[in-house]
Design a protein around this ligand. Structure first.
Ligand SMILES: [Cu+2]
Length: 132
């Protein structure tokens, strides 16, 4: 009797844990499915010119999560920073890729740049345009 009761308690506990786990997962899935991130490939540097972003204008929607795939096509390390959104990638080495995810929370036109010394001055700048 005592053993059976123990088994019942364990069974109930198992169900409770399972339900809780499923509930949590479902919530995570539905929140990410609600707003799938938009993916944009941004090339850092090009074979023709080292200090450039391609494209250098990023058109985004407010509150729409974005995945910027930073692909270094140049011969030097580069990064991408958007100060107005507190966005800063690590330095990406030549031939490497880094995925930068953020969600623009305001509309307007904002500059972005490479923060490696001298690169922005050499032309490694761009513009984020966020619309409704
Ligand atoms: Cu750079």
């Amino acid at each position: 009797m005592r053993v059976r009761r123990m088994g019942l308690v364990l069974a109930l506990l198992f169900i409770a844990v399972t339900v809780a786990a499923c509930g949590g997962k479902k919530q995570a899935d539905s929140s990410s499915a609600a707003v799938d991130p938009v993916e944009i490939v941004v090339e850092l540097g090009s074979p023709e010119y080292e200090f450039v972003f391609v494209p250098d204008v990023l058109e985004l929607k407010v509150n729409q999560p974005v995945r910027l795939v930073l692909r270094n096509m140049g011969a030097h390390e580069h990064d991408l920073a958007i100060p107005d959104f507190n966005v800063q990638s690590p330095r990406v080495q030549p031939g490497q890729e880094y995925v930068l995810e953020f969600t623009p929370n305001k509309t307007g036109t904002f500059p972005f740049e490479c923060t490696v010394a001298g690169h922005a001055a050499a032309g490694m700048v761009g513009t984020v345009v966020v619309t409704q």
